[in-house]
Design a protein around this ligand. Structure first.
Ligand SMILES: CC(C)(COP(=O)(O)OP(=O)(O)OC[C@H]1O[C@@H](n2cnc3c(N)ncnc32)[C@H](O)[C@@H]1OP(=O)(O)O)[C@@H](O)C(=O)NCCC(=O)NCCS
Length: 346
């Protein structure tokens, strides 16, 4: 199944006009707030089947959320009579517990347009706010990433007091020979191929994230991978080592750009998530993407999901190497991270 379809389906679902509220059935307030439980697997599978072209990570993600309740607060709103899950969202803690990361907001198609996502999101934000007020807990901010055209998600962010603090270009593409050919033809003549690159040592990767401001390639204090944004300033070594240990992340460098990629299987597809950081150098970015496409193929991935830093958005977009986003990958929306500070950093 094409990952590109995954994107367009996501957009359709999230930006379509609010569905008409059914006249019958319980009101939003009647739905019961409770932790996600094994009995919710079936409802989650039904939601996942119609979300992101059937390539939603929900089915595998809930297992992690239920298994690690110290790190995750997975809540749902369940039907007051049947106890069946109607909406779900998880709050996980990253960055040594300092960041509350909100993810996986879904409403079952039978219950959309009734305000369930809105209520659940408020409830989960309240959990984070309460936790941040506990001096024994490290939580100091709330964040999540969403597509810049996901109007519902942005509306919910605004209602929760969150605002956009960072953005990336991103794109999906099934991994096939066409992708490799198109990447080749998108590069400038003589700009060199992916063979110029090498896998970075931990020292090199850390230097790219923690060098002097202005020098480092990770232009912000974050590293982005698989829709999650990790705080690196002051702790790049730990963050990057953690990524390598837990996700077999590979870092590439060698030409003034920095990239990382890792594999993520969902119920039906194995995707390779790549993030490229380069300072306005489209050719360097394309070499890195080609390098990761090769790694993705070696690792049995069938789709590539790409994030690229702000400096590259113009270079890879219509004003720069427009052929890249228009032809090589399908669709080039932006992804944004929204944030709310819950407790000032001392
Ligand atoms: C996005 C999704 C969770 C919304 O669920 P829902 O229960 O139907 O949403 P709600 O009825 O609570 O509406 C949420 C808010 O968005 C608003 N909204 C709905 N459609 C909108 C639109 N097209 N533009 C702007 N705002 C819109 C609603 O008015 C509501 O805001 P309010 O509470 O201030 O009135 C659901 O469509 C879904 O599961 N989509 C697939 C996955 C997804 O996109 N998840 C979000 C990003 S991870």
């Amino acid at each position: 199944m094409a990952a590109a379809a995954q994107v367009s389906n996501a957009s359709e679902v999230a930006t379509s006009p609010k569905a008409a509220v059914a006249a019958d059935g319980p009101s939003t307030a009647d739905f019961v707030l409770r932790p996600v439980a094994p009995c919710d697997r079936e409802a989650c599978a039904e939601i996942a089947a119609v979300t992101y072209g059937g390539h939603d990570y929900l089915v595998t993600a809930i297992e992690t959320w239920m298994a690690d309740t110290a790190k995750n607060t997975a809540l749902c709103l369940a039907h007051p009579e049947t106890n069946r899950l109607a909406a779900i969202e998880n709050l996980t803690r990253i960055d040594d517990g300092e960041t509350g990361w909100v993810e996986g907001l879904r409403t079952h198609p039978d219950w959309r347009g009734r305000g369930l996502a809105s209520r659940l999101h408020k409830e989960l934000v309240a959990v984070a706010v309460a936790e941040s007020e506990d001096p024994a807990k490290p939580l100091r901010r709330l964040r999540y990433t969403t597509r810049a055209d996901n109007l519902v998600s942005l509306r919910l962010a605004e209602a929760a007091g969150m605002s956009v603090v960072d953005s990336w270009g991103f794109a999906f593409q099934p991994l096939d020979e066409r992708l490799c050919d198109k990447l080749d033809s998108a590069r400038s003549p003589g700009s060199g191929g992916p063979e110029l690159l090498h896998e970075l040592t931990m020292e090199e990767a850390v230097a790219h994230c923690e060098g002097p401001t202005g020098d480092r390639l990770s232009t912000s204090k974050f590293v982005t991978i698989d829709w999650k944004v990790l705080q690196t300033v002051g702790r790049a070594r730990r963050v990057l080592q953690g990524l390598r240990d837990s996700h077999d992340t590979v870092f590439a460098g060698g030409d003034g750009a920095f990239s990382l990629g890792q594999k993520r299987p969902d119920a039906t597809t194995t995707s390779w998530f790549v993030t490229v950081y380069a300072a306005e150098d489209a050719d360097a970015a394309l070499r890195h993407i080609a390098w990761h496409v090769a790694r993705a193929a070696e690792n049995g991935a069938t789709a590539v999901m790409l994030f690229y830093n702000e400096a590259l958005i113009r270079e890879l977009g219509p004003e720069g190497r427009g052929v890249f986003v228009a032809d090589v990958f399908s669709g080039a929306p932006k992804a944004v991270m929204v944030e709310r500070e819950l407790r000032a950093t001392e």
